[in-house]
Write a protein that binds this ligand. Structure first.
Ligand code: FES
Length: 96
């Protein structure tokens, strides 16, 4: 189990390695755009990783072609964690 904390709310959740950050956000009622249902196709579910990038799996083949992801941004539907992280839904995910 590892803890994900979402900013700016500070809401957190203990999750295991099978739960994506997108799903964790939804469990807490945090809005992360996900028009493709977590299939890695819409690129709307961007989160900023504020702490703990080393505790997230490497970028998947679905994230590699997304040229506009900043260094600290990931697609939340592709992220599973092995240790504690602090994240914030990206502005790109709020506007759709
Ligand atoms: S939910 Fe569509 S890319 Fe993540």
């Amino acid at each position: 189990m590892a803890k994900v904390t979402f900013q700016p709310s500070g809401l957190s959740l203990e999750i295991d390695g099978d739960v994506t950050l997108r799903d964790a956000a939804h469990t807490l009622g945090i809005d992360v755009q996900d028009r493709c249902g977590g299939q890695g196709a819409c690129c709307n579910c961007i989160i900023m990783v504020l702490e703990g990038m080393v505790n997230i799996n490497p970028k998947t083949h679905l994230e590699q072609p997304v040229f506009y992801l900043e260094k600290n941004e990931r697609l939340s539907c592709q992220c599973k964690i092995t240790g504690d992280v602090v994240v914030e839904p990206g502005l790109k995910s709020l506007g759709g």
